[in-house]
Design a binder for this molecule. Structure first.
Ligand SMILES: [Zn+2]
Length: 279
């Protein structure tokens, strides 16, 4: 009887050791999960370079506003948002802002109210990764990306979307509509939803060859770009506090060349391109 009691106690002891071990394993898994999330969340905004990155999508909302979608936009500009600040008077812009070969080519404004001018032509050059940009921004862009390496654990950030044609933009928009139809939305709903996440052709800054989407692989590089890009003539084009004016949700990856002088003013005054060209 005593032997059986001892055995029972022994088994109970064994059982509690197993429970303890199990709890320890669960705790470790929980800690690892938390650590993983904390260290990897930023890369959701900046997919690893060797991960295929879907081309960002410029999107026009049904109310006339627009934003771009990198597949992870958290706060798209939705219909009903106040966009009254967006300039609608074509005549209000300095003459020449719409000409590709004008002295002020780098200040051309493209948004929902200002489509890419007809017959706009671009001289393109290929950058690492295969995307193309306006040849005039190649040197400052390369310099900026090279200098950004230090802030990016030694990895040069990559341009994942540069110049887009009208047809590229059309395809992006059409694909969005198809996607919503496949999800079971009726035609009108699919069009409306696509309109929230894909710009209509003609209204994307990428069609100028002066805008790039940068994949930094780490979030740190975006913070570096926000503080330093103006030195190279680039601006953080769609900051979160200007969506009412730009019509586009915050995009940490989208940079636009405006020249060093305008970039410095825009950076120092904390304004966006819409505000800059109107003053
Ligand atoms: Zn972009």
């Amino acid at each position: 009887m005593k032997g059986a009691l001892d055995m029972k106690k022994k088994n109970e002891k064994k059982g509690s050791i197993w429970i303890g071990l199990l709890a320890a394993v669960l705790l470790c898994a929980l800690a690892w999960n938390t650590f993983w999330r904390q260290t990897h969340t930023p890369s959701e905004a900046a997919p690893a370079r060797d991960t295929p990155v879907p081309p960002p999508v410029t999107i026009m909302n049904t109310d006339g506003s627009a934003h771009e979608d990198f597949g992870n936009v958290e706060s798209p500009v939705l219909p009903g948002q106040d966009l009254s600040g967006i300039p609608t008077d074509e005549g209000g812009l300095p003459s020449g802002y719409g000409a590709a070969d004008n002295d002020l080519w780098y200040l051309i404004l493209v948004n929902n109210q200002h489509p890419v001018p007809d017959h706009y032509t671009v001289d393109l050059v290929e950058v690492a990764g295969g995307e193309q940009v306006d040849v005039r921004i190649y040197d400052p862009l390369m310099e900026m990306l090279e200098d950004a390496k230090e802030a990016n654990w030694g990895q040069a950030p990559v341009v994942v979307s540069g110049y887009r044609t009208f047809d590229d933009q059309q395809r992006i928009y059409d694909d969005k509509v198809k996607k919503y139809r496949r999800q079971g939305y009726a035609d009108t709903e699919a069009l409306e939803l696509a309109g929230q996440y894909a710009a209509l052709p003609g209204c994307s800054e990428h069609q100028l060859g002066l805008a790039v989407d940068i994949n930094g692989a780490t979030y740190d590089v975006y913070l570096w770009l926000q503080e330093n890009s103006y030195k190279y003539g680039f601006i953080f084009r769609y900051p979160g506090n200007k969506t009412g004016l730009t019509g586009i949700a915050e995009e940490v990856w989208h940079y636009r060349y405006v020249g060093p002088e305008a970039a410095a003013e825009i950076y120092e005054q904390g304004i966006c391109l819409e505000e800059y060209v109107q003053n």
